[in-house]
Design a protein around this ligand. Structure first.
Ligand code: G1P
Length: 296
């Protein structure tokens, strides 16, 4: 199963991190020195993705600019002979034609956002990556999933899952655990039910759907007529429940630490976690943190 395309739904308003996101897309929030969107594009590229599809909205034009060439910047850096910066920008620069942008014109939910990409994806399996969830690990979460997908049947669908405290299950899509299938350390299982944001006390498990999916194109037909669900929005989880009636769904308990950067505390934690992994920043950051901790 070759997965060539990834869809990045980036139309959300980022209300959980206001006022930072009033005029700036939440996907451009910076973890250490690069925006969230750069991390997930890098993760997808590492997983072998060749085409990057962004479902954007009003106020999101700067995401497109981030992946464009900046003539004035290139000129200025070349003139000053700043080789490290030039190399870094070149590493991020996508090839012409690798990226597509389409707009979700109304905030109708994640399922609707994915449906907006149907013509660009076409009739092939594809990945969905939610940019506000970062997974700190190498290989990245999507690469782990694609490696597992390669050992499964042709028409398989996969979602990344992670355990959350039972009292938080109402904030996520939750899946029921069927038979353990295998994968590294038995981390892959068949999903025997899914529910989007179950009311407190009704969750079938504490395995939450994390923002990484591998889906078959038949999901688009279902999304076309999918009714509104939790929160009055067209939910991807509800369409997956429909698709699971005719195709296999697997949950993958991935390796790595998940950071919900769409929340203020998750965003701060991610900055510390990613900063402490950076060889050029680690020692200084650690010393500063210890000093602050001793003072507060
Ligand atoms: C979305 C999905 C949900 C998933 C979550 C992960 O919800 O609908 O199933 O668990 O992302 O972050 P949202 O956070 O957009 O409400």
């Amino acid at each position: 199963m070759k997965i060539r395309k990834a869809v990045f739904p980036v139309a959300g308003l980022g209300t959980r991190v206001l006022p930072a996101t009033k005029a700036m897309p939440k996907e451009m929030l910076t973890i250490v020195d690069r925006p969230l969107i750069q991390y997930v594009v890098d993760e997808a590229r590492e997983a072998g993705i060749e085409h990057f599809i962004f479902v954007t909205g009003r106020n999101k034009g700067v995401i497109e600019d981030h992946f464009d060439r900046m003539f004035e910047l290139d000129e200025s850096l070349n003139g000053r002979n700043t080789t490290a910066e030039i190399a870094e920008l070149a590493r991020f620069q996508p090839e012409a034609g690798e990226m597509s942008f389409t707009r979700q014109q109304a905030p109708l939910g994640l399922g609707h956002a994915v449906w907006c990409a149907r013509d660009i994806v076409g009739n092939e399996p594809f990945a969905v990556v939610l940019p506000d969830e970062l997974v700190l690990n190498s290989p990245g979460c999507l690469k782990q999933m694609i490696d597992i997908a390669n050992g499964l049947g042709e028409k398989s669908n996969l979602v990344a899952v992670e355990e959350v405290p039972m009292e938080m299950t109402h904030q996520y899509g939750i899946c029921g655990v069927g038979e353990r299938h295998g994968g590294p350390d038995g981390n892959t299982f068949t999903i025997d039910g899914m529910v989007e944001k179950p009311p407190k006390g009704t969750s079938p498990s504490n395995l939450s759907i994390t923002g990484r999916y591998i889906l078959q194109p038949e999901i688009f037909k279902i999304l076309e007529t999918q009714e509104r669900g939790s929160g009055g929005e067209i939910q991807l989880t509800d369409a997956m429940i429909g698709l699971a009636k005719s195709q296999a769904f697997y949950g993958v308990e991935f390796e790595g630490e998940r950071h919900d950067c769409g929340s203020k505390s998750g965003f701060l934690r991610a900055n510390i976690a990613f900063g402490l992994r950076r060889p050029d920043l680690r020692d200084g950051l650690r010393a500063e943190m210890l000093r602050y901790l001793a003072e507060t």
